[in-house]
Design a protein around this ligand. Sequence first.
Ligand code: GLN
Length: 311
Amino acid sequence: MADLAELVDQIAKDMATTPERGRVADYIPELAKVSPAHFGLVAITADGQEVAAGDADLPFSIQSVSKLFALVEALGRNADAVWARVGREPSGSAFNSIVQLEAEGGRPRNPFINAGAIAVTDLVAAGDDPRAGVGAILRLVRRLAGDDGISVDGAVAYSEAATGHRNAALAHFMKAHGVITGSVDATLSTYFHQCAIAMSCRQLARAGRFLMHGGIDPASGEAIVSPERARRINALMLTCGHYDASGEFAFRVGLPAKSGVGGGILAIAPGRACIAVWSPGLSAQGNSLLGTAALERLAGAMGWNVFNPDG
Ligand code: GLN
């Protein structure tokens, strides 16, 4: 098997000089300011080895990777009642699709497309104070990463709130169908702020460790979720974590993972490793182009794949 530190270093070097880097998201104006030249990679193995390369400690906007943490928080509060409002089926559609939501009576396909994530966040927002909901998600990621310095990038949250008309349309449509029960404005504000949480690859990889250990946070020994819930969250990440490119990602990488339009991806090799990668340029489906390529190479060389008999 390849030496992990050498491999991570070599991948970061190669990615730094790759000319085709995808397109940085510009529908959220603040994200368009980020240079496509960045690349960061951190892998943490089950025995606690942490290997980093490139811009591993530079915070970026985690965007839809936050949907994972919002789901953990919502499941903690509401358990299986979450599934009354959101499905568990890959959408095969764009992350911000409106037409599918209408065709299916306002019930989002899964918690990782925008509509599903907004419905999940509505459960976390609970009251009408957006700060409380964001505070709960932020507390969770700080605890998981073991880092109280993690915060929301206010400029990104403001930028998305000012331009988030599609998400507002999805939220109002779900409110009309009773899928959102709280105030649409409070729920959207919570959602925009959770998406604007800024984390580095190192912080993100640490925050994902519980999912490679059957729900146990290795730093504290605490059960963040039950083993069954960890398995199910990983199943959703594998089938829905990359929107209409989830099948392609499973084919190429073979690991549960969640992407965000900030260019971050958190990937889990259960029992083996937890990997965070960041490269801001995106594919047409809104997933990090080089992040996916790097994960394909790293997971392939290490044999990390949920379909490997010993992966
Ligand atoms: N905040 C982004 C949005 O709602 C998240 C999308 C994403 O990362 N895919 O459009």
